[in-house]
Design a binder for this molecule. Structure first.
Ligand SMILES: [Zn+2]
Length: 253
């Protein structure tokens, strides 16, 4: 231990605040160092003098209380901080868990919705192909929307919008009652050059139906959308661009 360290620790040594090893090392230095020993003796004499000769004042009760109050407040502030910190930590853990579980739920919901949509699209394409193969394309053959629309009345519990799109190059061929997704639905049939387009229509039932879909399945293009509370699916071997035009025409009406 060097002199600088010893001088720095003399006060603590005199107050009995050094640990046993520290005190022993300091004493060993004092034995071999007259300067430090002298400093220690002066300090010790001062302490004795203060104890012996200095006037002793008892602290008034009010000062005692104020100091005690300040210490208390400090303790409370400290424990409030500790409590807040603990809540914050707990909140962070819960928050992370909550976000994770929300993300998981969203993922599951999205996956389930996607699978349901995939199943539906496959069913619609199958229905479309069947309507062309079995020569059961039309129950009501008419280019007149005012003939086709009333035909559905009494056969469905909703009234599908029937649009005349002949001026836009999609003449109406007629309509048909079909069975999709476990319920009877309206199918309108339009023509575009040599292509047939089935437009399936039913009332919107759930939020999963309100997303726009456009995908190709087995060489057929499919476009799904919702408008005015109705779900629409257009299926055809027509190209996707023109099929989307049909969607836009439907939504304009
Ligand atoms: Zn020394």
């Amino acid at each position: 231990m060097d002199c600088t360290t010893v001088r720095a620790q003399l006060d603590a040594y005199e107050d009995g605040e050094l640990d046993a090893a520290g005190a022993k090392a300091l004493e060993e230095h004092l034995i071999g160092c007259p300067d430090c020993l002298h400093a220690e003796e002066q300090l010790s004499a001062l302490r004795r003098g203060v104890r012996k000769y200095a006037t002793y004042y008892a602290a008034p009760e009010s000062l005692r209380n104020r100091v005690a109050g300040l210490l208390n407040a400090q303790d409370k502030a400290h424990s409030r901080r500790a409590v807040l910190l603990r809540w914050w930590q707990l909140g962070a853990v819960l928050g992370t868990t909550a976000i994770a579980s929300v993300l998981c739920t969203l993922l599951v919901v999205t996956t389930v919705a996607d699978r349901a949509a995939d199943r539906l699209v496959n069913e619609l394409v199958t229905s479309h192909v069947r309507s062309l193969m079995q020569d059961h394309l039309l129950d009501v053959a008419s280019t007149d929307q005012h003939t086709v629309k009333p035909w559905f009345a009494g056969k469905l519990d909703y009234s599908p919008p029937v649009q005349d799109l002949s001026r836009a190059g999609f003449p109406l061929l007629g309509g048909r009652l079909d069975y999709v997704d476990g319920r009877p639905v309206a199918a309108l049939v339009y023509q575009r050059r040599q292509h047939r387009v089935n437009v399936y229509i039913w009332p919107e039932r759930g939020r999963t139906e309100s997303r726009e879909h456009a995908m190709a399945v087995d060489g057929y293009n499919t476009v799904g959308w919702t408008h005015d509370g109705m779900v629409f699916w257009a299926i055809s071997d027509l190209n996707g661009v023109e099929l989307s035009q049909l969607k836009d025409l439907f939504n304009q009406k």
